[in-house]
Design a protein around this ligand. Structure first.
Ligand code: PRX
Length: 633
């Protein structure tokens, strides 16, 4: 029996969710995942075996099954839900909107799949997609998946340099992009960024969607307009029956080295995992309007804007623009206008709206909402309560979901109507997931690193081009093959999980994942910089912001101008999200005798906290000198 708490949320509508006995039943996780895969997903040919662990951690799921995630997201809905809205799209300009039915989405995906074929895109070819939040982004992803090509969506906020690295690393054959899109009333010139990226790499074709009609440069023989490419093509395209383990997408994410990791997901298991978590965690019903505010350039958008909800046949809302544009009530007006029932967002956005004030919500009727979700970083109890009170009118449960790009699907979250909530806790592992906390020695503990003890269907299968890093970085080498998440966590007396935050050098800036080493690499690539160290400083709204400590080369002097140049340089190398809030010019960085930068000390200095033990430093006087630089600012 689950314990009942006084802070219980009254949530009764549990149309599809199972009873609380599911937690017990699913401890036999293979039987659980087998029954989900069989009952929720359509297979062209059934699988022979649930899992193959012989080459762990390279697990394989649903062996020899034939499947295609787009069949489950589109084809199977056509008969019963062809006229139902699949995507409600709201442009940033208020008069630009679109309602796309499941049948129309199916036809548009088929037509674009045919278009990709005319470009010579074949199974396992990589297509990089670099677009704003428009329905064609979803069409392009599903079209790739339909013909067995692999999509690699790059977040529209990344710079041309970051884009070219991802195009290169993934060996992309084609790029799908657009002329531009709107953000805060301005046009982001996407195609121009692609042109710049392609100076440093090459692809065979670039497909350009016309969205805003700004001037773009089309390169002969390489670039083609989306609408011209589609001319005369059929809106039917056979859905390829693919192996369960056929690659679906690569998504780059940050780690502890300067080089982003290409996380690989596959059709079968990812479909099973995202489908059932979307269905149960959000208690999806036929009439729902589901709005996940994440950009599709991140994993949340892949799993819970596109694949999870569409596989369940619900209506998905997509919004192109900024949350508070042209006024701070934009999101709330969209919820009211379209009758959004389930709303899934990030704590950074909640904190932002808390600051802007309740009056912007009170202007709107939000009574359509019945469930609220959150993801990406820890939500503090205060923000949880505000979200619950002002957005959910104390009627809607707040479902805090913990997961990662690597896990593909939600791993820890309450089941609405079943799991009692505690503000600030991600509560309990999803059925079929065996989660623990380990201390530094790898023994079970109540506080330490969050680990996953069993394989799960939507788990990533590899890191593109770097299987050694995949094996070494995440998994124990013993027979158990425990998955180490990189997150600190604790478990309370009720067995509830509380996420403390990353324990490695990974930052969460407005919920976006960035590596210290990545930003340091960008700084060091500037001619003036000899060495750099980046730490994440706590920030009221953004959660964390990068702060840099930079050692200049001998011929350069610190100056306000140079700080500005370096910030612009980071923007060009990675994107605006990575720009340090502050850059301190220091003579030396605190290092151990073996030359490792001790970022912990820099963070303590930045926060004005107790610095702690510095005896491992090669030169302890460095600390005082950095404190002085900081004090002088
Ligand atoms: O630190 C955890 C944090 O986000 C990290 C994963 O980042 P990313 O791969 O970009 O995926 C984000 C969206 C799934 C985790 O290692 N994180 C994610 N969800 C939560 C969270 N931290 C606390 N609470 C959460 N609900």
């Amino acid at each position: 029996m689950l314990k009942k708490f006084s802070e219980n949320d009254l949530y009764e509508a549990k149309e599809y969710t199972p009873g609380e006995e599911i937690y017990e039943e699913a401890l036999d996780y293979l039987t659980f995942w087998d029954s989900v895969a069989k009952s929720e997903i359509e297979w062209f040919e059934p699988y022979r075996e649930i899992i193959y662990s012989g080459n762990a951690p390279f697990y394989r799921w649903f062996l020899d099954g034939k499947v295609n995630i787009t069949h489950n997201c589109l084809d199977r809905h056509i008969e019963s839900k062809g006229d139902k809205t699949a995507i409600i799209w709201q442009g940033e300009p208020e008069n630009e909107k679109e309602m796309i039915t499941y049948r129309e989405l199916y036809q548009r995906v088929c037509r674009f799949a045919n278009a990709l074929r005319t470009l010579g895109v074949q199974e396992e070819d990589v297509v990089t997609i670099y677009m704003g939040m428009v329905p064609e982004l979803v069409v392009a992803m599903l079209a790739c998946a339909r013909i067995g090509a692999i999509h690699n969506v790059v977040f529209g906020g990344f710079s041309s340099k970051a884009l070219s690295e991802r195009i290169n690393d993934s060996d992309a054959k084609a790029v799908v992009t657009m002329d531009g899109y709107y953000r805060r009333g301005e046009v982001i010139e996407t195609k121009r960024i692609v042109d710049k990226a392609l100076e440093a790499c090459s692809v065979e074709s670039v497909v350009v969607l016309e969205r805003v009609g700004n001037d773009v440069n089309m390169v002969d023989g390489r670039d083609i307009w989306w609408h011209e490419l589609e001319e005369g093509l059929a809106d039917e395209c056979e859905c390829k029956a693919l192996d369960s383990e056929h690659p679906l997408f690569i998504l780059y994410t940050s780690g502890t080295t300067g080089k982003p990791k290409g996380v690989l997901h596959v059709h079968g298991g990812y479909n099973v995992g995202t489908h059932i978590t979307a269905k149960w965690v959000f208690d999806l019903k036929d009439g729902d309007v589901f709005w996940c505010t994440a950009d599709i350039g991140w994993i949340t958008g892949h799993s819970y804007v596109v694949y999870g909800p569409l596989s369940n046949g619900v209506t998905v809302l997509m919004y192109e623009g900024a949350p508070d544009y042209p006024q701070p009530d934009r999101w709330w007006s969209i919820i009211e206008q379209y009758g959004v029932t389930i709303f899934y967002t990030a704590p950074t956005a909640i904190r932002h709206f808390m600051k802007l004030g309740e009056e912007w919500l009170e202007m709107h009727d939000l009574s359509s909402l019945r469930l609220l979700g959150t993801v990406g970083e820890t939500i503090d109890p205060e923000a949880w309560r505000w979200y619950h009170k002002y957005v959910g009118s104390e009627r809607c449960p707040v479902i805090d979901t913990w997961w990662q790009t690597e896990t593909g699907m939600i791993i820890i979250a309450p089941l609405p109507g079943i799991t009692e909530l505690k503000p600030g806790s991600v509560t309990l592992p999803f059925p079929g997931m065996l989660v623990e906390i380990h201390d530094e020695k790898g023994n079970p503990a109540d506080i330490g690193e969050l680990v996953i003890m069993n394989p799960w269907p939507a788990m990533f299968r590899d890191l593109r081009g770097d299987p050694r890093r995949f094996v070494k970085q995440y998994w124990t080498s013993d027979g158990k093959r425990t998955y180490y998440t990189g997150d600190g966590a604790r478990r309370d007396e009720d067995g509830y999980y509380w996420i403390i935050g990353r324990i490695d050098e990974v930052l969460k800036v407005s919920g976006h994942r960035l590596g210290s080493a990545e930003i340091e690499g960008a700084l060091v690539s500037h001619e003036a910089v000899s060495e750099a160290a980046v730490v994440g400083k706590p920030h009221e709204i953004k959660g964390e912001v990068p702060v840099a400590f930079v050692v200049l080369k001998k011929s350069y002097e610190p100056s306000v101008e140079l700080e500005k140049y370096l910030k612009t340089h980071v923007k060009n190398e990675i994107g605006s999200i990575a720009v340090p809030e502050k850059i301190y010019f220091v003579e030396q960085l605190p290092k151990t005798r073996s030359g490792k930068i001790v970022r912990r000390i820099l963070l303590a200095i930045e926060k004005g906290e107790e610095i702690g033990d510095i005896t491992t430093l090669e030169d302890v006087t460095v600390v005082e000198r950095i404190v002085n630089v900081k004090g002088a600012k």
